[in-house]
Design a protein around this ligand. Structure first.
Ligand code: SF4
Length: 727
C-alpha cells in the first residue's frame, strides 16, 4: 500500500465524501456533525453549545476523520434480529474488530448463556429483571463496575452512586489502562492530575513537546494548533521511536495553503528506544543545567526536592544516559538547545509515556523538565496529557474511581444522607485478577470493551468466563461480545450521545465542561444510559448500610443528577444550571497560570529517579502496541493504517536492519512470541520509520502478547516495551 506523504489532506476529504455517501448523503452527515453535541471521539474537545465542529477557542470548522468515523458508526442501520439466528458465537469469534463494529447498531437486549450457541434477542423486562435478580442474590463486593470514558458525566455519576449504595467500591474506568499514570504522576508533582493549560495557552506557546504519541492519527485537530505555532515561528519537538508521517508533515484540510503545500510539523525529531524516555528526559535536564539555562529563582521559590535531583543529574553519566535512552549526545543537545531558547513551552504526551512499568516516573520526569525552566504555573506554558476518550476525564471527576476523593466521599454522604461503603475498591486489573480467582460473580460494563482492552488476552478471556453474570451497555458490537463471555451474558443497547432525550455533559482534556443537546433516536429499541441505570437501581433498591429506600425516579432526570454533581464534586458548581444558562465552563482550580500548586506547601515536587535499563537480547525486539490511523482505542473503523502505509493488521513492523539478526525474511509469515503468549500468522513487515531494535504491533490484537506486568503506582499494564521473538 502506498504510504501518503503527509497526514490529513485530500485522502481525508475523499474519506469524508465516502462516509457521507454511506450514511445517506452529505447534508445528513453535516446536520449530525453540526448538532450541539460534544464530539464523541477524543478528549481534545469539539462541539457542544457553540455548535458541532467548533473548538474551545471558537474556531470553525474543526473536524477530523476520527470524529466522522464515530458519527458514521452511530448512523449505521440496525442489526436485524435474523442476524442472531444466522451467526453463532463461534462465528462471531472469527470476526475482526472492524467487522464487528460495522455489523450495525445494537437495537435489542441480547442474552447468551453458557452452552448456548447464539445470542437471543430478549425483552428489556427480561434483561433488567434478570440483572436485578442476580444483583439481589450477590454480595456487593463480589461485583465490579467498569466504565468507558465515552459515557456522560450524568451516567457516570449515577452508576457509581448506585454501585456504592449497593455496597461496593469496585468501581473503575478505562483510564486505568491508559492515562492513570498521568493522573498519579501529575498529582505527585503539582497536586492536580489533569492538564495545567487550556487550549488558548497552546495557541500562544512558542514550543511544544510531543512525547510518546501520534496525535496526527488520534487527535488530528491538534495539528491545526501546531500549524499555527509553526507559522508563528515556534518549535515542535517530537520524541518517538517511530518517524510518524503526520508528525513530519500534515495537510490541514481547512487551510488552503496547508492543504496544497502541506505544513511541516516537527522541527526536531528524536527517535528514542522504547523504554528509553526516562533516560532521555533526564539527559535533557542534565544538559539544561550544564548550560545554566535552568530557572534558579523558580526552583528556589516554587519547588521542593530540587537539590537531591540536581545532584543525581550531576552524578548520572552521559554514557549511562545515552545507553539507557538509545539516543546520542547530539540528539539530546539539540533538544536542550531548542528548549533552552524557548519562552513559553507546553509538554504533551500520550501512552508512549504512560504504558510502561515506570509510567508514573516518566510523567514525573516530564514535570521535572518543565519545572526546571519554570514552564508550569504561568500562562501559555505547562503540562498537557493528551487524553483518549471524549469524557474519560469527566467520568473520573464525578467519582468513577475505586477510592473517592475525601471531599467527594463526605459530600455524597451529607448530600444524600447516606453512609457509603469503606471497603477498599479494586482497580481494573485488580477486578480482572479477582474474577480469574472466582472471587467475583458479576461484572457490569458501562460502554467500552473490557475484554479487548485487557493485556494477556487469553487470561482476560478466562477471567471473564469465571463470572456468573456479565452485563455490557453498548451501541455497537465489539470483541468483548464474542470473547470472555460469562455463564450468563447480557448486552443492553444504548443511545448515542446525540440521540439522548435529555441534555448531558462531558469534560475535555483541558478541564472544560460542555453541554450536549442530545437529539432524536435513530432506532427504536436502544435506551438512554441514565434511564437504564435508574430503572435497574429502582429494581434492585440497594439497601446499603443505614439508609432507607432511595428515590431513584428523581435520578432519571439529568438535571437532577447535575444538581447533585454541583453539590458533591469540587469545581463543578456551575454544572447545576448549565442547561438553562448554556454556559459551558472551565472547572475551577485545574488550570495553573500562577506558580501556586495544589500541594500542601503550594510548591511543586521534583522527583529523583533511577534510570531503567533498555531491555532486549540479540534475537529479541522491544515491541509496543499502538493504534492505527483507522481506529480509536479498541474500535477499528478501517483495516488500513494510511499514515504508515500498512493495509492489514496481522503485522509486526520491523526495521530492515533487524531482519538478518532475527533470522527472518521481509514479508515472511512468522509466529511472534513473548513471555505471555504467541501470535502465529503475522507478517514480518519491513518498516524504515521505526528505530532498529524496536517493533510495532496493533492494539488490541497484539494484547495476546502483553503481560499483566503493571506500573505499581498507576496499576496501568505495560502495553509497551514487551520483549518478543519472531520465528
Ligand atoms: S480532534 Fe478529537 S475532539 Fe477534535 S474532532 Fe477530532 S476526534 Fe473530535
Amino acid at each position: 500500500m502506498k504510504k501518503v506523504d503527509a497526514g490529513g489532506g485530500w485522502p481525508a476529504i475523499r474519506y469524508t465524501l465516502r462516509k457521507a455517501r454511506e450514511v445517506g448523503g452529505w447534508w445528513k452527515l453535516w446536520k449530525a456533525m453540526r448538532s450541539r453535541n460534544a464530539c464523541k471521539t477524543c478528549a481534545l474537545g469539539m462541539g457542544g453549545q457553540r455548535g458541532g465542529m467548533v473548538n474551545e477557542s471558537g474556531r470553525f470548522p474543526e473536524v477530523c476523520k476520527k470524529s466522522l468515523q464515530a458519527m458514521a458508526a452511530d448512523m449505521q442501520g440496525a442489526i436485524p434480529d435474523s442476524f442472531w439466528n444466522t451467526y453463532t458465537i463461534e462465528q462471531l469469534r472469527k470476526f475482526t474488530p472492524q467487522q464487528l463494529e460495522t455489523c450495525g447498531r445494537l437495537v435489542t437486549p441480547l442474552r447468551i448463556r453458557c452452552g448456548e450457541t447464539n445470542y437471543r434477542p430478549i425483552s428489556w423486562e427480561e434483561a433488567l429483571g434478570a440483572i436485578a435478580d442476580k444483583l439481589r442474590q450477590t454480595e456487593p463486593d463480589r461485583t465490579f463496575w467498569y466504565f468507558s470514558g465515552r459515557s456522560s458525566n450524568e451516567a457516570g455519576f449515577l452508576l457509581q452512586l448506585f454501585a456504592r449504595l449497593y455496597g461496593t467500591n469496585n468501581v473503575n474506568n478505562c483510564s486505568y489502562y491508559c492515562h492513570q499514570a498521568s493522573g498519579v504522576g501529575l498529582s505527585s508533582a503539582i497536586g492536580s492530575g489533569t492538564a495545567t493549560v487550556v487550549l488558548e495557552d497552546l495557541e500562544h506557546a512558542d514550543c511544544v513537546f510531543l512525547i510518546g504519541g501520534n496525535p496526527a492519527s488520534n487527535h488530528p485537530r491538534l495539528m491545526t494548533s501546531l500549524m499555527h505555532l509553526r507559522r508563528r515561528g515556534g518549535e515542535v519537538i517530537v520524541i518517538n521511536p517511530v518517524i510518524e508521517t503526520g508528525l513530519v508533515k500534515f495537510r490541514i484540510p481547512s487551510s488552503v495553503r496547508s492543504l496544497l503545500f502541506g505544513t511541516k510539523i516537527a522541527t526536531t525529531y528524536v527517535q528514542v528506544d522504547i523504554g528509553g524516555d526516562l533516560a532521555l528526559l533526564t539527559g535533557v535536564a542534565k544538559r539544561i543545567v550544564e548550560m545554566g539555562a535552568q530557572d534558579k529563582e523558580f526552583l528556589q521559590n516554587h519547588c521542593e526536592g530540587v537539590e537531591p535531583w540536581l545532584q543525581s543529574l550531576a552524578h548520572t553519566s552521559w554514557d549511562e544516559i545515552t545507553a539507557k535512552s538509545g539516543c546520542t549526545r547530539q540528539d539530546i543537545d539539540a533538544v536542550a538547545e531548542k528548549y533552552a531558547s524557548a519562552k513559553r513551552v507546553v509538554f504533551s504526551w500520550t501512552m508512549g509515556i504512560t504504558h510502561h512499568v515506570h509510567g508514573v516516573e516518566n510523567v514525573q520526569a516530564i514535570a521535572n523538565l518543565a519545572l526546571l525552566r519554570g514552564m508550569v504555573g504561568r500562562p501559555h506554558a505547562g503540562l498537557m496529557p493528551i487524553r483518549g476518550h471524549s469524557n474519560v476525564q469527566g467520568v473520573g471527576s464525578v467519582g468513577v474511581t475505586p477510592q473517592l476523593k475525601q471531599a467527594i466521599f463526605e459530600r455524597l454522604e451529607s448530600h444524600f444522607k447516606i453512609s457509603l461503603p469503606t471497603t477498599p475498591g479494586l482497580d481494573t486489573l485488580g477486578c480482572m485478577e479477582a474474577a480469574e480467582r472466582r472471587e467475583l460473580k458479576v461484572g457490569f460494563c458501562l460502554g467500552g470493551n473490557l475484554f479487548g482492552s485487557n493485556p494477556d488476552a487469553d487470561f482476560a478471556d478466562h477471567a471473564l468466563q469465571q463470572l456468573e453474570l456479565l452485563v455490557g451497555m453498548n451501541t455497537t458490537l465489539n470483541t468483548g461480545h464474542a470473547h470472555g463471555l460469562a455463564e450468563d451474558t447480557i448486552v443492553l443497547p444504548v443511545l448515542a450521545r446525540d440521540e439522548e432525550p435529555q441534555m448531558t455533559t462531558q469534560e475535555s482534556m483541558f478541564n472544560f465542561v460542555r453541554l450536549s443537546d442530545g437529539g432524536p433516536a435513530r432506532h427504536t429499541g436502544p435506551r438512554s444510559e441514565v434511564e437504564v441505570i435508574a430503572d435497574l437501581a429502582a429494581r434492585v433498591q440497594p439497601s446499603g448500610p443505614a439508609h432507607g429506600p432511595f428515590d431513584w425516579s428523581d435520578m432519571r432526570d439529568t438535571g437532577a443528577i447535575r444538581q447533585a454533581i454541583a453539590r458533591v464534586v469540587p469545581g463543578f458548581e456551575q454544572i447545576e444550571r448549565i442547561a438553562e444558562t448554556k454556559q459551558e465552563f472551565q472547572i475551577a482550580g485545574r488550570t495553573f497560570h500562577e506558580p501556586r500548586f495544589a500541594t500542601a506547601s503550594e510548591r511543586a515536587r521534583i522527583h529523583t529517579h533511577t534510570l531503567p535499563e533498555l531491555r532486549g537480547g540479540d534475537r529479541q525486539l522491544r515491541m509496543m502496541t499502538v493504534r492505527s490511523e483507522g481506529q480509536f482505542n479498541t474500535v477499528v473503523y478501517e483495516e488500513e493504517d494510511l499514515y504508515r502505509g500498512i493495509d492489514r493488521r496481522n503485522v509486526i513492523l520491523i526495521h530492515p536492519d533487524d531482519f538478518e539478526r532475527l533470522g527472518v525474511a521481509p514479508d515472511q509469515t512468522v509466529t511472534v512470541r513473548s513471555e505471555t503468549g504467541e501470535l502465529p500468522g503475522i507478517i514480518a513487515t519491513p518498516f524504515e520509520a521505526i528505530k532498529p531494535g524496536n517493533a510495532l504491533m496493533y492494539f488490541p490484537e497484539a494484547n495476546v502478547l502483553v503481560p499483566r506486568r503493571a506500573d505499581r503506582q498507576s496499576r496501568t499494564p505495560a502495553y509497551k516495551n514487551i520483549l518478543v521473538t519472531v520465528e
